[in-house]
Design a binder for this molecule. Sequence first.
Ligand code: ADP
Ligand code: ADP
Ligand code: MG
Length: 453
Amino acid sequence: MSGFFKKILIANRGEIAVRIIRACKELGIKTVAVYSTADSDSLHIKLADESVCIGGPFPRESYLNVMAIISAAKLTGCDALHPGYGFLSEKQVLPELCQELGITFIGPRSDVIKELGDKDKAKQLAKKTGIPTVPGAESGVENVEEAYDIACSIGFPVLIKAVAGGGGRGMRIVYEKSEFKEQFSNAQQEVLSAFGDPNVLVEKYIPRAKHIEVQILGDLHGNYVHFGLRECSVQRRFQKIIEEALPHLVSREIQETVARDALKLVRSLGYHCLGTVEFIYDCDDQKHYFLEVNTRIQVEHPITEEITGRDLVKLQIMAGAGAKLPLSQKDITFNGHAIELRVNAEDSVNLLPQSGKVHFYHQPSGFGVRVDSCLFSGAFVSPYYDSLLGKIILWAEDRDQCLKKALWALNEMAVVGVETNQKFIEKILCNEEFVRGTYTTTLVDNLLSGIES
Ligand code: ADP
Ligand code: ADP
Ligand code: MG
């Protein structure tokens, strides 16, 4: 028995549920998996100690069904709940209900999640703490005329961003004044149906930018550490595809400043547990600007684990249980280079989500090759959820070797029966800008439109 928790309910599915179950096994904690009727044959159920069916295939019937999840936790005698990422992981209601029922929510306090949940409130908090924010509005607006005036005063291009958005949804780049009103209503429509909140932020769009982010961890005793930065500029529709750590062409001085800013912000909030502070880095003026805080484990956490040699999910669970951080900043050092490739079920031409049965699966392995996935021969890829099947994570002594490893490992992976984005990832890995490290967030769009930037 670990002394942290006895039994954890994992309120998620797919590769992240599997990742969390593995960490629990190492800590000697029992696990309860939850699943929808579409997931009855999934890997996370096979690996957990117990499992509970929580509803139908649509997310709102199961993985977003708070009452079903909380009841499952209570009925199976769980003393803690791990939210994973996506789904309910950043919804205030889950930690609130957990508290009422005496179950520990593995994450920050519900009021902190709420404060950071809206992009405008988070931006105001960052600004108040003295952290640079992207020029533009700091409060969300609902009215198109008001938004138009803000856009004109900022100057084009601007970015329209849903206050409640996430996973790249509700974002629109507007290059010309004449396009603004139409784009604004498109963004607003998308957000209203997805998140039920019509408020939208308008800010300066930074055209030559890198996405950089800081992995932080805090305990309930006021101690904080960071695990360095990641670069996640390879994005399609504002969603990450390839990430690397540490960022290649952002100077160590800047990385230190950004990490310091991230810690300043979480400290000011009394934040505890694992989190990621995201920034956009302007390659032209070499300045960083705050974007948002993700109050949960992130998809790309393994690359940080590879270069620091630390198990972030274990540390997250320990911090969630109220334990004092078992390490200080000087204990965290960076070794070598790591890259993550997100393998999605997508067709190779239009990149549209795919589903179906995986008849055969072979995963790459070897020195410095790690695969976090929910695949196996015979697995069923459901059409109801995110298309992420798993991640290939590479570690090598330097970036050049890591890139070579990424190519052969990617080619070694075989998924038969469901199409994946393997060929598309290969194209990115061979792109000159990517290889040099000079790529920005427009790399994928440029590739798709045939313009090699
Ligand atoms: P990460 O940096 O971990 O990739 P993302 O913001 O891309 O963070 O989100 C992680 C996962 O959660 C993705 O699969 C994404 O599609 C999903 N996601 C994020 N925010 C939301 C949201 N508000 N509603 C539904 N899914 C979301
Ligand atoms: P989400 O919650 O959807 O992850 P973010 O605020 O983190 O929203 O932004 C997602 C992505 O959008 C970033 O990774 C970056 O590529 C792009 N982005 C956000 N703000 C800006 C900006 N002001 N200028 C240029 N790109 C931006
Ligand atoms: Mg983000």
